[in-house]
Design a protein around this ligand. Structure first.
Ligand SMILES: Nc1ncnc2c1ncn2[C@@H]1O[C@H](COP(=O)(O)OP(=O)(O)O)[C@@H](O)[C@H]1O
Ligand SMILES: [Mg+2]
Length: 310
């Protein structure tokens, strides 16, 4: 698929302090491309520059230097913005509007007819999991999680090809997160591209095809999640935990494996699935019993920590 986002040497300095004399470089020379039809994860710790980059892409902030294109057009192109959606971090809306009023307001901005607007509003509010009893309540009475859902619905009102979601899971409880996760996956199934920033790694693992990791405004890693994790995790693909056996018994047979004694058991990492049987056979010879076999799950966290320095 062709590139739907292209960022070239993007830099953003914020001027702060008295007389705006101090400069903070929030984005420090980012270049990256995002191909269409996927969920792209924009990762990084607090203050890494994710929101600033997204706001520049949305034309809400001017870059200090560099440029970017979305759907083949410069980010200042007004027509292009009709084809994309945006849900800000901590969406803030007009307190005295209801979700239905807010969505029809946005629909009107996009020139959607009243009949179509009503239909889409109801579909979207259902899709984001907002209960019908809340559709006509004022937004000031909403929790953070409910506002997040309204924000998501708002970002989809114009049926965008590409949607930018800044921390879409923040403020949601685990059930809400799963629902929003499913919603995001369904957007990809509909052929849309999702560009989402997040620091919730389990969501990244469950959803993202490609990622970029930011650190202090710079790109620390970029590529297919699978590739980044494989490179990082090396060949250590499974973790086997055994009980009733001493580490020494196994280190004789598997000299190059990574073996650690833990409590009453032993944990050992093997490079691929085919080696699991060999290890189990050897362990049983010495009276060892299997507690668990797990794919090495820490790897995204390890990757994140190593790239963000957190
Ligand atoms: N309006 C602003 N004025 C000055 N500094 C800002 C402003 N907004 C963000 N920053 C700074 O820019 C850096 C990047 O922030 P941000 O883009 O919000 O990061 P993230 O979304 O990854 O947490 C941080 O150091 C932050 O303090
Ligand atoms: Mg942010």
């Amino acid at each position: 698929m062709e590139n739907v986002v292209q960022i070239t040497d993007l830099v953003k300095d914020y001027e702060t302090g008295f007389f705006k004399k101090k400069k903070v470089r929030a984005v420090d020379g980012i270049s990256l491309t995002v191909s269409g039809g996927q969920i792209f994860g924009f990762l990084g710790g607090n203050g890494a520059g994710k929101t600033t980059t997204i706001k520049i892409l949305m034309s809400l902030l001017y870059p200090t230097s560099g440029n970017a294109q979305i759907l083949g057009s410069d980010i200042s192109d007004f027509e292009m913005h009709r084809r994309i959606g945006y849900c800000p971090e901590n969406p803030y809306f007009y307190d005295y509007l209801t979700p239905k009023e807010l969505l029809s307001y946005f629909a009107e901005i996009f020139g959607i007819s009243p009949a179509e607007s009503k239909k889409r509003t109801e579909e979207l509010l259902t899709q984001v999991g907002l209960e019908e009893k809340d559709w006509n309540k004022q937004l000031r009475k909403f929790s953070k999680g409910m506002l997040q859902r309204v924000g998501l619905a708002q970002s989809l009102i114009n049926d965008p090809e590409l949607v930018f979601l800044d921390e879409p899971m923040s403020g949601l409880d685990p059930i809400g997160r799963r629902e929003v996760r499913e919603l995001i996956a369904s957007l990809r199934d509909q052929g849309k591209t999702v560009f989402m920033s997040t620091h919730i790694l389990s969501d990244v693992e469950a959803l993202c095809d490609e990622v970029a990791i930011l650190r202090k405004g710079k790109l620390a890693a970029n590529g297919r999640l699978d590739d980044l994790l494989t490179t990082h995790a090396g060949d250590q693909a499974f973790e086997i935990t055994l009980r009733g056996i001493a580490a020494e018994k196994l280190s004789e047979a598997f000299a190059d494996a990574d073996i650690v004694s833990r409590g009453h058991g032993v944990t050992l990492r093997v490079s691929d699935e085919s080696k699991i049987d060999t290890v189990l056979a050897e362990a049983r010879k010495h009276g060892g019993k299997l507690t668990s076999v797990q794919p090495t799950k820490q790897s995204l966290e390890e990757l994140f920590v190593s790239k963000t320095g957190e």
